[in-house]
Design a binder for this molecule. Structure first.
Ligand code: ZN
Length: 247
């Protein structure tokens, strides 16, 4: 592990410009609690209205997974130099999702999403990709993302996917190609085709491509091909995004 890499974000500045997900996105269903607010992982959010659902939880229900989450969350928070971000699980019941709340900088990770994803792939890597997607939203909240406003949530969501790909190439480069592929499968699986819905997050192919593009930018970043700043990184994200969004 190259510790110089781990500290790279600490040298980056940026104006504080907190804001909502924007772009016309409204993924805060009225039946859910106030904590369940902000940018979501996928468009399939907010159908849960069962008693006891939509509440923060201290545990995923799997002690080993809880410990792995804590360790990974601390690492990602340090990686992005976002000490104010907090984490909790959420009883997402029959509506698996994850949230990044701009109001209290809390990541809420659904227990159903965690259990289903871990069971499906047999490795926690796709969970860390989802977590990195939520940190991508946190970066948007802190550094701004008004240029990603559009009729749908897709530009912001795809940029958050790029943040996750950037992180994976940095922090998980040691995993096998087969294991890395699970993260791309995860990104593909949560795409949607609701083009005319303001909560459209991007098609399956766009979501997977955004993760790949983020990894591509990471390689450029660490090779010194672009300035090592958040601004330069996101300018490259935007170039890639313009291509992906036009598909
Ligand atoms: Zn999202």
């Amino acid at each position: 592990m190259d510790l110089n890499r781990r500290r790279f974000m600490c040298v980056c500045g940026g104006a504080l410009a907190l804001g909502g997900c924007g772009g016309g996105e409204d993924d805060t269903p009225s039946q859910q609690t106030a904590e369940v607010h902000g940018c979501t992982l996928s468009a399939a959010a907010g159908t849960t209205a069962l008693p006891g659902c939509g509440q923060p939880q201290a545990s995923s229900g799997n002690a080993g997974l809880d410990q792995a989450f804590r360790q990974e969350f601390d690492y990602q928070r340090s990686f992005w130099n976002l000490p104010s971000v907090s984490f909790a699980f959420l009883s997402d019941c029959d509506s698996p999702n994850a949230y990044a709340n701009p109001n209290n900088m809390a990541v809420l990770f659904g227990t159903t999403l965690a259990a289903q994803t871990y069971s499906k792939y047999g490795t926690p890597l796709p969970l860390w990709q989802v977590l990195a997607h939520e940190f991508g939203h946190m970066m948007q909240f802190v550094y701004g993302a008004s240029w990603l406003n559009s009729g749908t949530a897709a530009p912001r969501e795809l940029e958050a996917d790029m943040f996750s790909g950037f992180y994976l190439i940095y922090a998980k480069a040691f995993v096998s190609p087969a294991e890395m592929q699970t993260s791309l499968q995860q990104a593909f699986s949560i795409g949607d085709y609701a083009y005319n819905n303001q909560n459209h997050h991007g098609t399956p192919l766009q979501r997977m491509a955004a993760v790949v593009a983020g990894g591509k930018v990471a390689n450029e970043y660490f090779a010194g091909a672009i300035p090592q700043t958040v601004d330069a990184m996101r300018q490259r994200f935007y170039q890639e995004l313009r291509q992906i969004i036009s598909w």
